[in-house]
Write a protein that binds this ligand. Structure first.
Ligand code: PMT
Length: 410
């Protein structure tokens, strides 16, 4: 479960051609365990129907401030109730009209009333014609909302409905979900803390076209970075080459080799409160990197490997216990013994061991089975879970260790 589980999300949908994408967003939020109340503006109903959202949420869909009440008197206070009980208000797509309405505090439709009543964080995902977006009036209205603490996600540059390209496309839905999660997590247990997460495998070049690598997909590390963000932290994600989207609201530092990852991680750890090393760092690299593509000769080819720096051990040596350090142990047997050895050898506070020979656990999978070995001798075995859920539990445990050390650094 991520932070969305059990949360009350109000999804305001406005009249834009991008309104059809709000149905997918709604479905994603519902699948993540959120209770979603959908409000369609009058213009949105020209593009999408209430039935679509009612079917996805199995809840009433709000829209016409007066017509809904005429049809169902129990909705007479919906314009107040929905906003008062919201944990977060997401307006997606947000049109120029609705942004103006919210900026100026109007209360002339159900969405505007709800936003005015609600004290929950507001997320806007604008989508409109480039001229409307760039107009000073829209920019001033957006600035007003941001100054009040709203979160803006997008728009992006791309092909618009009119057939031209420009700023105005709705942000990718995973970014809207990321922004919603981050808004929910604001002020969470890691608020004011700086967290560094490493993810993915490293590529150690043999020649310009070949490398020594491993099967890490980056899923575990990305999930940890997002869980830390959702706990309110400022997160730096140092990641090897992966094919995952950049998570919203997280500073991403892409690297290729173990030595690059070491430099980036050591730099990011200055002033950090927590390091979580989920990356599968190559322990060795080709001692010599050919600057030309190696030719096939038919004979055996021997490649001498040189040791890479141990990043976690180096962080421990340089920073001591000024930050909490969480490592992973990818094992194919003797999990407990190896995890305990690595805990002490690398100066970690916590080692999360995964038996990567178990089906569904470890490299490339969507799930993982992790056992947490603490410096205090504690052993906590988690069941097989989706990686985002594993990440939430690890970050909760690491967050408690950070809290026990006291004072936020930022
Ligand atoms: O990316 P996914 O496909 O989601 O897969 C997730 C994972 C299996 C990669 C992840 O759960 C995991 O186990 N990551 C650690 C993999 C690993 O390299 O384990 P290790 O036992 O070799 O290393 C122990 C610890 O030392 C790790 O925290 C590692 O990041 C760190 N290390 C290792 C080598 C090195 N040179 N420097 C390090 O800091």
């Amino acid at each position: 479960m991520t932070i969305l589980a059990g949360k009350r999300v109000v999804l305001g949908v406005c009249g834009s051609i991008a309104a059809f994408k709000a149905a997918q967003l709604c479905s994603t939020l519902v699948q993540a365990g959120a209770e979603v109340d959908v409000i369609l503006t009058r213009a949105a109903r020209e593009f999408v129907t209430p039935l679509t959202f009612q079917s996805l949420t199995r809840r009433a869909v709000y829209g016409d401030l007066y017509g809904d009440v005429a049809a169902n008197p129990s909705l007479s206070s919906a314009h107040v109730d929905v906003g008062m009980h919201a944990d977060v208000l997401v307006v997606c797509p947000a049109t120029a009209t609705t942004i103006a309405r919210l900026a100026h505090g109007l209360a002339d439709d159900m969405l505007a009333c709800t936003a005015l009543v609600s004290r929950a964080p507001l997320v806007i995902a604008p989508a409109m014609n480039v001229g409307m977006w760039e107009h000073l009036a829209t920019q001033a209205n957006v600035a007003t909302l941001l100054a009040r603490g709203a979160t803006q996600v997008g728009p992006t540059f791309g092909r618009l409905a009119e057939g031209i390209s420009g700023m105005g496309r709705l942000a990718p839905l995973e970014d809207v979900v990321g922004a919603t999660r981050a808004a929910l997590g604001r002020g969470g247990p890691l608020a004011g803390r700086r967290v560094v997460v490493t993810a993915g495998g490293t590529h150690e070049p043999i020649d310009p076209v070949r490398f020594v690598g491993n099967r890490s997909s980056g899923k575990m590390g990305h999930a940890l970075a997002e869980a830390a963000r959702d706990a309110g932290a400022m997160v730096v994600l140092v990641t090897g080459p992966v094919s995952l989207a950049r998570p919203w609201g997280i500073e991403v530092v892409p690297v290729e080799t173990a030595r690059q990852m070491a430099d980036a991680t050591l730099g990011a750890c200055e002033g950090a409160d927590l390091l979580v090393m989920a990356a599968a760092v190559a322990d060795y690299r080709p001692a010599v990197e050919s600057d030309r593509k190696l030719k096939r000769s038919g004979d055996a080819l021997a490649i001498t490997l040189a040791p890479n720096p141990d990043i976690l051990a180096t962080v421990s040596a340089r920073f001591g216990d000024r930050l909490v350090k969480v490592g992973f142990a990818a094992e194919t047997g003797e999990v407990a013994a190896e995890a305990t050895r690595k805990l002490h050898a690398k100066g970690a506070h916590l080692i999360c061991a995964n038996d990567v020979s178990e089906v569904g656990s470890g490299f490339g999978t969507d799930t993982n089975r992790v056992t947490m070995f603490g410096r205090d001798g504690s052993v906590e075995a988690l069941p097989m879970l989706p990686k985002p859920e594993v990440a939430t539990l690890i970050i909760a445990r690491a967050g408690a260790l950070v809290a026990a050390r006291g004072g936020a650094t930022a």
